[in-house]
Design a protein around this ligand. Sequence first.
Ligand code: SF4
Ligand code: FES
Length: 249
Amino acid sequence: MKVTLHVWRQAGPSVEGRLVRYKLDDVSEHMSLLEMLDVLNEQLIERGDDPVAFDHDCREGICGACGLVINGIPHGHHRRTTTCQLHMRSFSDGDEIYVEPWRADGFPAVRDLVVDRSAFDRIMQAGGYVSVGTGSAPDGNAIPIPKPLADRSMDAAECIGCGACVAACPNASAMLFTAAKVSQLALLPQGQPERSSRVQAMVSQMEREGFGSCTNHGECEAACPKGISLDFIARLNRELIRSKLRRSA
Ligand code: SF4
Ligand code: FES
């Protein structure tokens, strides 16, 4: 395949960035989009240019490290697919492909396609830890959890913290991420002791990080590679109200 790339290049956080055009003439349809960027980088290094900086780790769709806006859509046009799992067979010979970083005040630019997503770590840290002594690995049946609750908690735990929800939202809201992280513990018996303090701390941290508010656009759910449902945002709102009522009771 031949493709024309328009890649966001930015030497540093305080330097103006721009889209730079690159032509690739020998792209295999079996390559992932990141492997195609690897090929571009080999060519750039060979001719003495700086390679394109981008984040990645597992390349298996499970770690959340990768994240690019591809033709205007976080993680590209395939539903429930991370950037690293998007393959060139999803594109056509001769395509023009625009590759840009997440754009949100909560994710400051670092270089090229890399942004600083440590705000998500701080939201997680604000939630603290589970204080219940769970001992060594218990027998799977020792803590009885109703199957529907366990399934729902696992649905929330699928969030890989990639940040596509923020990048897709016109308000750059981190509500879907925070809702998933709050819910995965709030649903389980082990999560009950800190249930109220956790949701308040995580939402306060989210607000301090500069993310916008949710106005129910639904773009986050559409962009999420793990199919985290908007229902979790409604659940987060209920959790927050519940925690405030308990404090005032
Ligand atoms: S909710 Fe979805 S899009 Fe947002 S960080 Fe988690 S996995 Fe990524
Ligand atoms: S590199 Fe881990 S999810 Fe893409």
